[in-house]
Design a protein around this ligand. Structure first.
Ligand SMILES: Cc1ncc(COP(=O)(O)O)c(C=O)c1O
Length: 430
C-alpha cells in the first residue's frame, strides 16, 4: 500500500522507553532492575486489600454498587476523602475552592490524568515547560501530542527561577509565548532527581507565569505532579501549589494512590480549575466514562478504615531503610568522582558521572552493566528534545523501590565494578 491508514498521532508517537524497561525487567528474571519505578513488592498490602474487598463484597447492598458502572468524574466519597486529605497535608483547616471535590476527577492512575490534562491543553506545536531533567513518560505524552518542550534548569531546592524567567522573556521576544500552555513540575522527590521544589519557588513560578499571561493572551497553568508526595521519609512536608492564595484558577494538581498504597490498583486523581476541568471530564467520558468503581471503593474504604494510613507509615519506614542501604552501597562501591544527592523521599537516586562518561542505552557502560545482569535508567531519556541545549548523557537514575534489599546491595556492587572498570577507558566513547 502506498499510504498508511495510521493517524498523524499514531505515526508521530515513538516507542515509550517505559515499556521496554519494564519488559526487560520482567523478561529476564536474573536481571537486577534498579531501573523501572516498580514499588516495593514484599510490602504490597495483600491481606489489607483482601480484607477490604471482603467488607465490600460481603453483602449485595455494598457489593452490587461497587460492581456496577460508576460516574465519569469518580466516586463522591473517594473525592471527598481525598480533598480533605490534601487540605490536611497542606495544613489548611477550612474548606477552600482549590481543593473542592467538585473540581476533582478520579482517573486510572495519575498517568491517565496527565495525559488527559495535556490533551485538553495542547495542540500540535504548542509548548510546555518542564524541569530539566523530568519524568520521561510525560515527555512521551508531549511528543505524542506533537507539543514542543523547553527544559528549565534545576537547583537543589527545585526550579531555577532565573532560568524560567529567561525562557519566558525569550519566548515573549520571539512571539512564541502564545503557544505556551503550561509548566509541568514533578514537585516532590522528583522523578528522576529526587529533588523537592520549595513552596516559595512554586509561588514565585506562579507569579512569573501570571506576569507573562498578557503577552500569551491566555492562562498559563502550573501542572503540579505530586506522585511521590506521600513517600516522604525525611524532612518536612512542603505545601502544594494548591495552597497558593489567588492562584486557584491556575493550578492543576495530579495525585495518585498507586505509589503510596498498591501500584497495581492504579487509582489516581486530579484537581483542575475551569474550563480545563470540564474539558478533561468530557475527554474522560470518551476515554472510558469512569475509573473502575470497585477499585475506587476499595481505596475509599482503605482510607476510611485507617488501613491506608497504617500501610503508608510502614511503607515510609521501609523506603527509608532501602534508601539508607542504597546510600551505604553507593558510598562503598561507586568511584569517588560520581556524585549524587541523597533523597528524603520517593524512589530514586540520581547519579552524575564525570563528563565524557556516557551512560545511554548504546553506551559501553550500559551494555557492560546489562552483561553483569544489572540495569538503570539512562539519564539522557529524562531530557526533553530542546534544541537550545545539549542533552547531558552522563547521568543515571537508580531506584531502590522495586529491588529487594539484597539486590540493592548486589546491584550497586555490580554497577560499581562496571563503573570502576570503565571510568578510565571509556571516556569520550559511545
Ligand atoms: C512523576 C510520575 N508521575 C506520574 C506517574 C504515574 O503513576 P500512576 O499512574 O501509577 O499514578 C509516575 C509513575 O511512575 C511518576 O513517576
Amino acid at each position: 500500500m502506498k499510504n498508511s491508514a495510521l493517524s498523524q498521532l499514531a505515526r508521530r508517537t515513538g516507542p515509550p522507553p517505559i515499556s521496554w524497561l519494564m519488559h526487560l525487567a520482567l523478561s529476564r528474571p536474573k536481571l537486577i532492575s534498579l531501573a523501572a519505578g516498580f514499588t516495593d513488592n514484599e510490602s504490597l498490602p495483600v491481606a489489607e486489600i483482601l480484607e477490604t474487598l471482603g467488607e465490600i463484597l460481603h453483602t449485595n447492598k455494598t457489593g452490587q454498587p461497587a460492581l456496577q458502572y460508576g460516574s465519569t468524574q469518580g466516586d463522591a466519597t473517594l473525592r471527598a476523602v481525598t480533598s480533605k486529605r490534601l487540605q490536611k497535608l497542606d495544613g489548611i483547616a477550612t474548606a477552600r475552592r482549590a481543593y473542592s471535590p467538585e473540581r476533582m476527577i478520579i482517573t486510572n492512575g495519575s498517568q491517565q490524568f496527565l495525559y488527559m490534562a495535556t490533551e485538553a491543553l495542547c495542540d500540535p506545536g504548542d509548548l510546555v515547560l518542564v524541569e530539566d531533567p523530568t519524568y520521561f513518560v510525560y515527555l512521551g505524552i508531549l511528543q505524542s501530542r506533537g507539543a514542543k518542550v523547553r527544559g528549565v534548569r534545576m537547583e537543589s531546592d527545585g526550579l531555577d527561577l532565573a532560568h524560567l524567567e529567561k525562557i519566558l522573556e525569550s519566548l515573549k521576544k520571539c512571539g512564541e509565548l502564545r503557544r505556551l500552555k503550561a509548566l509541568y513540575l514533578v514537585s516532590y522527590f522528583q522523578n528522576p532527581t529526587g529533588i523537592t521544589t520549595s513552596s516559595a519557588k512554586k509561588l514565585a513560578a506562579l507569579k512569573l507565569l501570571k506576569q507573562y499571561e498578557p503577552a500569551a493572551g491566555h492562562p498559563i497553568y502550573l501542572l503540579e505532579d505530586a506522585a511521590y508526595r506521600e513517600l516522604r521519609f525525611g524532612g518536612e512536608d512542603v505545601k502544594s501549589a494548591l495552597a497558593a492564595r489567588g492562584f486557584e484558577n491556575r493550578v492543576i494538581y495530579a495525585g495518585t494512590y498507586s505509589k503510596p498504597f498498591a501500584t497495581g490498583t492504579r487509582v489516581g486523581f486530579g484537581l483542575l480549575p475551569e474550563p480545563v476541568f470540564s474539558a478533561v471530564l468530557r475527554i474522560k467520558g470518551n476515554h472510558d466514562f469512569g475509573t473502575s468503581n470497585l477499585l475506587q471503593q476499595l481505596l475509599a474504604r482503605a482510607l476510611a478504615s485507617g488501613r491506608y494510613e497504617k500501610h503508608l507509615g510502614d511503607l515510609q519506614k521501609r523506603y527509608a531503610r532501602k534508601a539508607g542501604i542504597m546510600l551505604n552501597a553507593l558510598q562503598k562501591h561507586f568511584p569517588p568522582q560520581i556524585k549524587w544527592q541523597a533523597p528524603a523521599g520517593g524512589l530514586y537516586f540520581w547519579a552524575r558521572l564525570p563528563r565524557g562518561i556516557k551512560s545511554g542505552v548504546k553506551s559501553k557502560l550500559f551494555q557492560a552493566a546489562l552483561a553483569k545482569n544489572v540495569f538503570y535508567v539512562p539519564g539522557v531519556l529524562c531530557y526533553a528534545e530542546d534544541s537550545t541545549r545539549h542533552k547531558p548523557d552522563n547521568e543515571m537514575r537508580i531506584s531502590f523501590g522495586g529491588a529487594s534489599e539484597e539486590n540493592i546491595l548486589e546491584g550497586i556492587k555490580r554497577l560499581g565494578t562496571v563503573l570502576t572498570k570503565y571510568r578510565c577507558t571509556i571516556s569520550g566513547q559511545n
